[in-house]
Design a protein around this ligand. Structure first.
Ligand code: PFF
Length: 445
């Protein structure tokens, strides 16, 4: 029996699910630590420009392709061009990115889950002992695999529930909870610590002397990851939309919410960092090493909600990544949702074990590296930008002008601006990110 594809029950449900996809580890784990590393305000400003100039046009493009075709990320490219169109490859690249990204994403999310329990027990001891807990978890293969198993199990269970009963239902529960928790943490940081004002000026007062070319490129690359672009997630979510109006408005709301949450997380985290006189540039360890040391002072009522927040954010993103992969097999191979989710989720889970067992390394870019770092590097620097670049060219030069105008809902000045960005500005910016990923930019050390 053929299952129907499914649809969002309300527009608000779609917005929450799509924002849930965008808002994830990228906002609460990655954005604060790269902002810390690249010196704050000037980096944030460049990032905001990237969201507007690269992110928003691409998000609109993906939503147009998805909504118009009513198809998964692979078939959508055929539908708006022709049968057996070579553009289908872009969709395949997206599905492949889904496998790779979710495999390591689930490992990091598993750590977030583990930290909820560590926070409940309480962080105590010397700073070394507390930061050492992270090595104890990430370096312990069986622990990491166990938490990865649990997180992947939750992801699979939600996706089996379908578009309305799984994705939409859980986004409606998790996203408002996430917002309330983050609002509470930010308010605490701003008004109940001595670091609030310093955090705000760190994030919003640009010091351009700190801006390097590497920072600019990271900001562009991060714009993709954080908005879930370049692998067909927004095509897939857009394909469950029935109504055609308001794609621009939806894209603006989703990008705005994603940015807002990243900035709120930045304020919440850096208020604590400054309050306790720490340096903001703590790299990858910011969330799992530095913060727990500070949480030993603040107590459980800050640390437990924080790691719940991180886990919720990761979960609503993980389900969207799995959905990209699952949707193709439901649409085209006519698999039942249950079979597709269990089988594909299962394979991704197995690939994830490579990342969870931190000790396994292979030579990559001149040194021995773990799978998690390699998968993160390849997907963020190559796969998503290449997927985004090709999607942009497809929408700019292949999709019929009339289709775009009718999906966009106007042919006025806003549409002209989008057209110009998509034809000339966005692809060039993305191409530079790709060259950088391939180490082909001479001026970036
Ligand atoms: N946007 C998510 C985050 O910021 O954590 C990650 C992500 C989700 C990337 C879905 C790509 C994707 F398709």
């Amino acid at each position: 029996m053929l299952e129907s594809r499914g649809n969002w029950s309300t527009k608000a449900g779609f917005i929450l699910a799509a924002s849930g996809s965008a808002i994830g580890l990228g906002n609460i784990w990655k954005f604060p630590y790269i902002t810390g590393d690249y010196g704050g305000g000037a980096f944030v400003l460049v990032y905001l420009i990237c969201v507007a100039v690269i992110g928003l046009p691409l998000m609109i493009s993906e939503l147009i392709v998805g909504r118009r075709s009513q198809k998964n990320a692979v078939t959508a490219f055929e539908k708006l061009h022709r049968e057996n169109s070579p553009w289908k490859i872009v969709g395949w690249l997206g599905v492949a990115s889904g496998f790779i990204i979710l495999s390591f994403y689930s490992v990091v999310a598993g750590w977030a889950l583990a930290y909820i329990f560590k926070a409940i027990v309480g962080f105590s001891g010397t700073a070394e002992q507390i930061t050492g807990q992270f090595g104890g978890l990430a370096g312990n293969a069986s622990d990491s695999v166990m938490w990865h198993t649990l997180f992947m199990g939750m992801t699979i269970a939600i996706v089996i529930g379908g578009v309305k009963g799984g994705l939409e239902r859980w986004s409606k529960i998790l996203m408002p909870s996430l917002f309330i928790i983050l609002f509470g943490l930010m308010t605490y940081g701003l008004f109940f610590t001595n670091g609030g004002m310093q955090a705000v000026s760190f994030l919003f007062k640009p010091d351009f002397s700190k801006l390097t070319s590497e920072a600019i490129l990271s900001a562009m690359g991060h714009a993709f990851f954080t908005l879930s672009l370049g692998m067909g997630a927004m095509i897939t979510y857009g394909s469950y939309l029935k109504t055609q109006e308001g794609i621009l408005k939806d894209a603006i709301i989703i990008s705005f919410l994603d940015t807002l949450i990243a900035l709120m997380a930045g304020i919440a985290i850096f208020s604590l960092v400054f309050h306790y006189g720490m340096e903001p540039g703590q790299s990858v360890g910011l969330i799992f090493k530095t913060l727990p040391v500070l949480f030993a002072e603040t107590g459980r009522w800050i640390s437990v909600p924080f790691f719940i927040l991180l886990t919720f954010a990761a979960l609503t993103s993980a389900i969207s990544i799995l959905e990209v992969v699952v949707a193709y097999f439901i649409d085209e191979k006519h698999w039942s949702r249950k079979k597709a989710t269990l089988l594909l989720g299962g394979i991704i889970y197995l690939v994830g074990i490579l990342s969870a067992v931190g000790k396994w390394t292979v030579p990559f870019r001149g040194s021995d590296q773990g799978f998690l770092d390699i998968f993160d590097y390849i997907s963020t620097n190559y796969m998503l930008p290449i997927g985004g670049f090709l999607t942009c060219l497809y929408v700019a030069y292949v999709v019929d002008e009339k289709i775009k105008q009718s999906e966009f809902g106007s042919s006025g000045a806003l549409y002209m601006t989008l057209s110009i960005l998509l034809r000339f500005v966005t692809p060039v910016a993305v191409f530079i990110v790709i060259l950088n990923g391939l180490d082909l930019l001479p001026f970036v050390e």
